[in-house]
Design a protein. Structure first.
Length: 139
């Protein structure tokens, strides 16, 4: 996965610099979503010469290229997750903040219809569905 992401960067006209490589490797090693400060800390443990500003620039680039998706997961803090296939999905409980990621994409057919109807090329998406989980509904 890391090499395919670095290839995507190169195809978009960007070099696979040390900061970019370390950020991608760190995101790939993370178990799920990370905040920008968590990412900075983890990157600097891997490569102490990579500064905070470099991590934020790389994160911004990866987000613009739809390699990373930013999400609030229903809270005040933005988190980031690798999405090399361009999309990511969650259901989030509004009471306990339980978050469940799911793989199947309910927009596959709708995306094709958008392309046909509006001539709009979809590059990526993030779905966050909010509601009450079974445990919170039972209370």
């Amino acid at each position: 996965m890391i090499e395919s992401i670095l290839q995507a960067l190169q195809q978009a006209g960007y070099k696979a610099t040390l900061p970019r490589r370390v950020v991608v490797e760190t995101l790939a090693a993370a178990s799920g979503h990370v905040t920008a400060p968590e990412l900075v800390e983890a990157v600097q443990k891997q490569a102490s010469g990579v500064g905070r500003a470099s991590v934020y620039r790389v994160l911004n680039l990866l987000t613009r290229l739809n390699i990373v998706q930013a999400s609030s997961l229903g809270g005040p803090t933005t988190t980031y997750v690798l999405t090399p296939d361009g999309h990511h999905h969650h259901v989030i409980c509004t009471a306990c903040n339980r978050t469940v990621e799911f793989e199947s994409c309910p927009l596959d057919e709708d995306t094709q219809q958008l392309v046909k109807t509006f001539g709009f090329e979809v590059e990526g998406h993030l779905i966050e569905l909010y509601g009450l989980c079974a445990e919170c509904r039972a209370m």
